[in-house]
Design a protein around this ligand. Structure first.
Ligand code: BES
Ligand code: ZN
Ligand code: ZN
Length: 495
């Protein structure tokens, strides 16, 4: 899709649909256009046919009196409550309304609406995010053209400052396209998006953007004694891969991002019931977000040595599968009792974070669709954050608030460290509480902590935010692409 930036007056803009925002109880902001339309807009407002309530729509035909063929008025709600997230939502929402009307090109003046404390660049970035994320569709497996949604080919942002707006547009495109790339990888069926497929995607991206890459297959993992990952992979016919990407190897600051990449989680021998298994192709959303973030860090030339580690394997109940009661020795030599084969994410992360720490980063952030309990705690509205370091967690919270990829912190208390102590080995992969699943999100995080010696670390459980059954304004049904915008904001602001 082509995104133009122009300084045209709204009434002179040649386009199929011109989207104009309107705040509740405020004066209409395009009086010249209204005048040319013989006051039809102010009349609709006066007659309370359109009052500017958030997401309210009102369409006005231009009858050849002005250049746009049609005006779509959209309510922005109360002026003092308007923020970037609302702008992102309105942009995604209106883009979809227009698309569903089979319009292939539209223009918008939303760029010029007031958002307290925000400049044209930030607003343009946000609008482009909203539009591109909102228009996302996963239709590559539909073979009949009529089953696919129509496509918008061209969007024009009208602005008073073309230069600043263009800078925002460019960055918005990079962030939204990377998020949509994560959505594609997560939406792809597990029969195609295997560990090998994702490792090959990483190879392609690394080549394109001159990113350093190492890929450890089964042989290398055996040589390195990464038995926690290998254990999870034992029941699968697919080869496990640990992919390590690195931007700016010479930069002073180094941050490690580690992603859970279970390309299908059947539960293993502790097999999941059917309704819980259905969407488990999405269990690699953490790894996909790490891959896309490293790519964007390279594209934006962020001056940090970003180390991306993806722990990729299936979790299957094949003949050689790992069994409940098995004990494995992880990369850092700690022994693990496998109390439940379905708590596999923390196992692959155990090896991956220990490897990441060896590379001496200033901080490690892991992303994982780790626990069903995470959805019990926060629903689909935010990721759970658990961390051993105040500076790191505060920086993540700030980026989460800024990007609206929200997080909420849960505590790391000694009770939970006690709960994951092993009976006959060092640690166990299930909390030793009466039922096993109490505080499931925290015990899972505490297990990962056991594989980090001293590096500041933060864990994001994205089980509820990576995948959603319903559509929202700019969030598509199924994979959401959560994490890239948050992590990029974090990397750009890390000191
Ligand atoms: N991949 C799942 C967690 C999950 C559940 C992600 C639902 C997204 C949606 C994870 O590997 C898992 O199975 N966790 C178990 C752990 C339990 C066995 C201790 C869970 O949360 O039920
Ligand atoms: Zn599992
Ligand atoms: Zn899992």
């Amino acid at each position: 899709m082509k995104i133009n930036v122009k300084k045209d007056k709204s009434e002179n803009t040649k386009t199929e649909v011109l989207i104009i925002g309107h705040f509740e109880k405020e004066k209409f902001s395009h009086p010249a256009l209204d005048k040319k339309l013989k006051g039809r807009i102010s009349k609709a407002i006066k007659e309370k046919k359109f009052e500017g309530e958030f997401k309210q729509l009102h369409s006005v035909s231009s009858l050849g009196l002005i250049a746009p063929e049609k005006i779509l008025l959209v309510g922005l709600g109360k002026k003092k409550e308007f923020d970037l997230e609302k702008l992102r939502k309105i942009s995604g929402f209106t883009a979809k309304v227009v698309r569903d009307g089979k319009v292939t090109s539209f223009a918008t003046t939303l760029t010029e609406e007031d958002v307290k404390g925000r400049n044209i660049e930030e607003k343009s970035l946000t609008i482009v995010e909203g539009i591109l994320l909102g228009l996302y569709q996963f239709d590559r497996y539909k073979t009949e053209e009529k089953e696919k949604q129509p496509k918008v080919r061209e969007v024009t942002l009208l602005t008073s400052d073309v230069k600043k707006s263009k800078t925002g547009v460019k960055k918005g495109e990079i962030l939204a396209n990377a998020t949509n790339y994560v959505r594609d990888l997560v939406n792809m069926p597990a029969c195609e998006a295997t560990p090998t497929y994702i490792a090959n995607e990483a190879k392609k991206i690394a080549k394109q953007h001159k990113i350093k890459i190492r890929i450890f297959g089964k042989k290398e993992l055996e040589k390195k004694k990464m038995n926690a990952i290998l254990g999870v992979s034992k029941g699968s016919s697919q080869e496990p891969k640990l992919v390590v990407l690195e931007t700016n190897p010479k930069a002073k600051k180094k941050i490690a991002l580690v992603g859970k990449g279970i390309t299908f989680d059947s539960g293993g021998l502790d097999i999941k019931p059917e309704s819980f298994m259905l969407d488990m192709k999405s269990d690699m959303a953490g790894a996909a977000a790490v891959l896309a973030t490293v790519m964007v860090a390279a594209k934006l030339k962020i001056l940090i040595n970003v180390l991306g580690v993806m722990a990729l394997t299936e979790n299957m109940p094949g003949a050689s599968a790992q069994k409940p009661g098995d004990i494995v020795t992880a990369y850092n030599k700690k022994t693990i009792e496998i109390a439940n084969t379905d708590a596999e994410g923390r196992l692959v992360l155990a090896d991956a974070v220990a490897y990441a720490e060896e590379q001496k980063p200033a901080a490690i952030i892991d992303l994982a669709t780790l626990t069903g309990s995470c959805i019990v705690v926060l629903g689909y509205s935010g990721a759970v954050l658990v961390s051993n370091n105040d500076k790191l967690k505060n920086a993540i919270k700030k980026s989460a608030d800024e990007t609206f990829e929200r997080v909420w912190e849960l505590p790391l208390w000694d009770d939970f460290r006690e709960a994951i102590k092993g009976e006959i080995a060092d640690v166990r992969n299930l909390g030793k509480f009466p039922k096993g699943y109490e505080a499931g999100t925290i015990t899972a995080a505490t297990f990962i902590e056991a594989f980090i010696e001293k590096t500041p670390w933060a864990h994001l459980d994205i089980a509820g935010t990576a995948w959603y059954e319903q559509e929202k304004e700019y969030i598509s049904k199924a994979a959401t692409g959560y994490g890239v915008r948050l992590l990029i904001h974090f990397l750009e602001n890390w000191k």
